[in-house]
Design a protein around this ligand. Structure first.
Ligand code: AMP
Length: 359
């Protein structure tokens, strides 16, 4: 069976690698030929606005998925005329717009922080004041890894926002003084079977995920599962879905939904019975889903902007290196390292050694 992926970055690479033992072939549609998935997938190189290239791609595969939500919904709808695309364009369209996403979450009675659409400086001033000038202004579309965001800590910070920035559709969110951030990752099959991974605790730095640890051992786990099930059912979803949450006391506030395999689920490659990548591929191929239970507590460290020496990492017991084959560039995710738990001493020592190596 052939699985088509829109995009050919590290997520596509890890999906393709997970498909190999199952005999699943991967074909990636990409605008560039030098891409992380080139080592393990066939590429169709073309532009996303070239319908004949897209058609050529769709005719080679049995099902199509994507690794990135910043894809033109029209492309997904066009491809759906040739073969099934999962997740569907409805889920994609909604997760592309932070405001629509928050509105859907509210409709499904999944709590979110206070937020509002911003169209002008006057609206920004008024709503920022309502949030005591403790807020984050974000572009509604095409933001990722903290890009397209302005942290507002005082009235003075509003002066730093240029009028050109206000031309884009924006959302203002109150700043949530959270206790911790967690994410719920789950997979749903075409037949409606759902499997949840253990809740994962996440640490971000400057809007970019730095470290994930699973399991989060949170009393909010069942609530997170309940919210996830509502979303999966609402979309009649197929594949892996991620929800990022802020935890504040007894409250779980949804921040963002990602209709794809997620960085905070990379630990599953070494810490869960079936990785998120394999389960997404199984869902695409309509194979039975694999168990999502924990094999071992696992910490995942992102290598951002530069990579440590692999030999330095791998001499730390119970580490696994996942290299993406990308050129180093500031703020770019280049690899991740998973550290699995054997005993307290080994885990704490390995954790500290990795923090030092990545500092
Ligand atoms: P996002 O791009 O929305 O996923 O934001 C990236 C990171 O910025 C989050 O994981 C948080 O660490 C932080 N952040 C975003 N929005 C808020 C908020 N409303 N309150 C507090 N922190 C936030």
């Amino acid at each position: 069976m052939k699985i088509g992926i829109l995009g050919a970055g590290q997520l596509a690479r890890m999906l393709a690698l997970a498909g190999h033992p199952l005999g699943l072939e991967t074909v990636c549609f990409t605008e560039l030929a030098m891409v992380p998935a080139a080592c393990c997938a066939k590429l169709v190189v073309g532009r996303f606005d070239d319908q004949s290239a897209l058609q050529h791609f769709a005719q080679q595969v049995d099902v199509i998925t994507f690794e990135n939500e910043n894809i033109d919904v029209n492309v997904v709808e066009f491809l759906s005329g040739y073969c099934p695309v999962y997740p569907t364009s409805a889920a994609l369209a909604l997760t592309q717009d932070r405001l629509l996403e928050k509105q859907l979450l509210q409709q499904l009675e999944i709590p979110v922080g206070r937020c509002c659409a911003i169209h002008s400086l006057a609206e920004l001033e008024k709503n920022s004041a309502a949030f005591n000038h403790d807020a984050i202004l974000k572009t509604r579309r095409f933001g990722y890894d903290g890009k397209g965001q302005w942290r507002i800590r005082s009235l003075d910070d509003l002066a730093k926002i240029k009028s050109a920035d206000l031309q884009e559709p924006l959302i203002l969110e109150e700043f949530i003084p959270f206790d911790e951030e967690v994410s719920m990752i789950a997979v749903r099959s075409l037949q409606g079977q759902i499997k949840f991974y253990p809740l994962t605790k996440n640490v971000h730095h400057q809007g970019i995920l730095k470290i994930s640890v699973a399991p989060a051992n949170s009393p909010l786990e069942n609530l997170a599962r309940d919210y996830m099930a509502r979303l999966l059912t609402h979309f009649n979803y197929v594949g892996v879905l991620a929800i990022e949450f802020f935890c504040k006391g007894e409250q779980l506030l949804a921040n963002e939904i990602a209709p794809r395999v997620h960085n905070s689920g990379h630990w599953t490659q070494n810490g869960a019975v079936t990785s998120q990548f394999e389960n997404h591929m199984r869902a695409m191929a309509q194979l039975p889903l694999g168990e999502t239970t924990l094999l071992a507590k696992t910490a995942m460290f992102n290598c951002i902007g530069s990579e440590p020496l692999m030999t330095d990492v791998l001499q730390i017991p119970y580490t696994h290196y996942h290299h993406y084959g990308k050129e180093a560039r500031a703020l770019r995710k280049l690899a991740h390292i998973n550290l699995t738990y054997q005993d307290d001493q080994q885990f704490e020592r390995g954790y500290q050694q990795l923090i030092d190596l990545l500092a």
